[in-house]
Each structure stands twice: as C-alpha cells, then as structure tokens.
Ligand binder design. Structure first.
Ligand code: C5P
Length: 220
C-alpha cells in the first residue's frame, strides 16, 4: 500500500534547458525529461495536485498533471517560482549553469580566416537554491544530482549548500543509467544521514520509490 499524497501541491521540474546563442543555435544538454515526467506521473497517481514545469522535451503529459512548457533556465526559474506556495518542490530538470550573456538577434556568421569564436557565458540563477531559501519555502525541497564521478561527495555538498531536504544522485556516463535511458540507479541522501539506494530499475519505479520517501518525510 503506497502512502497517499492527497491534498498536497507538488511542483516538479523536468528536462533540459536550451540557452539561445542566436536564432538558430543553442546550448542544451542530454536530459530527456523521463525522470521528472515519471516523478510527476507517480505523484499524480498518489493523489497530489501536480504542476510540471518542463524544458524542451518530446514526452506526453502524464494524466492529471498540469504542464507548463519553458525553454531557458531563466524561463524555468520564473515559471517555478510563480507556482509558490507549494508543499513540495522536486527539481529533476537539468538546468544550464551558464547561458550566453546575450543571444545574437541575427545568425552569427563565420568570416574568412576565422579560426575561433568566443562566447561569453554568464551564470544562471539556481532555481533549487532560490526555492529552498524562499520566504514561501515548500515544506520539502528535493534535488537531483547527475555526476560522472565522486557521486556521494558532490551530492552531499549540494544537499548542504542548496539547503535541500533530499537529493537523488545518479551516475551519468555509464550504460543503462542517467540521461536518455529508461532505467536508472539512484542513491537518495538526506541531511540526517540517510543514504538509500534505489534500483537499478525503470525510471517509473524509481520515481514511485522516491515519492514513498517524500511521503514518509512530509512534516505533519
Ligand atoms: O549544481 P547542479 O546543477 O549539479 O545541481 C543539480 C540540481 O540543481 C538539480 O536538482 C537541478 O534541477 C538544480 N538546479 C537548479 N537551477 C540551476 C542549476 C541546477 O534548480 N540553475
């Protein structure tokens, strides 16, 4: 019997962000959105009122979920914060850390003899950190950490620095896990020392297991 999330308002972010360089080019990443969409679906199945803020992905909207489509990190930041107050925020999106300082209004052309092109990138605002320190902070703030190495150390660092309640860490760059895959392996860390391994399993099963942890940790 899975714990109900009835009556809770849960905001989930999913997918990559695209940061425009000019009208035809952008900086993106390999996030498919599958993990975040699975989390949104599992939360709706447990009775929560779910808002899914999605970056550019080609996935169907889970039944019963309200979806808001965005493109850039700045748009995702604005859309997510506009959903407060909420009981839970789960940041499963792979948000760009840097974006072009300014998108060129016309297509950037190469010129004869030009060997290099320098783009100036600026830090994006951290949605998760801003949510976790917001005056209307959700009661539970959950992050994801996709890492190629030192998974636990980096995940625990983010848990602390971003003032999160839970972080779900996964190793990317290995077959059968992480971006684009239907399956994943997560380890969920909490500030109180919890380290719970989930999977390897389909992202749908992992999403439900993550929500079981969320439900158990909802302050009453
Ligand atoms: O620091 P890093 O990007 O690895 O942290 C990953 C977590 O932070 C994810 O939950 C992601 O959704 C969130 N994040 C964010 N806003 C950013 C960068 C990351 O919410 N600008």
């Amino acid at each position: 019997m899975s714990a109900s999330l009835q009556g809770l308002r849960i905001v989930v972010s999913a997918g990559p962000t695209y940061e425009d360089i000019d009208p035809v080019r952008f900086i993106g990443n390999r996030s498919s959105g599958k993990m975040g969409f699975a989390v949104a679906q599992a939360a709706a199945q447990r009775g929560a009122q779910v808002v899914l803020v999605a970056g550019p992905v080609s996935l169907p909207t889970p039944a019963g979920v309200q979806r808001i489509d965005v493109r850039s990190a700045a748009q995702m930041h604005e859309a997510v914060l506009a959903q407060l107050p909420a009981d839970v925020y789960i940041g499963a999106a792979a948000v760009a850390d840097f974006a072009p300082a300014q998108a060129a209004s016309n297509k950037i052309k190469k010129t004869a003899g030009q060997d290099t092109l320098t783009l100036t990138l600026v830090r994006t605002r951290d949605i998760l950190a801003d949510i976790a320190t917001h005056a209307q902070r959700p009661r539970l703030v959950v992050g994801f950490a996709a890492e190629t190495d030192h998974v636990e150390a980096y995940a625990r660092g983010k848990l602390e620095n971003k003032r999160l309640d839970l972080i779900a860490a996964n190793r990317v760059g290995v077959a059968g896990s992480g971006f684009e895959s239907d399956d994943n392996t997560l380890t969920v860390y909490a500030a109180d020392g919890l380290a719970q391994a989930l999977g390897p399993a389909p992202k749908t099963a992992l999403a439900d297991a993550l929500l079981e942890l969320v439900a158990a940790r909802m302050p009453t």
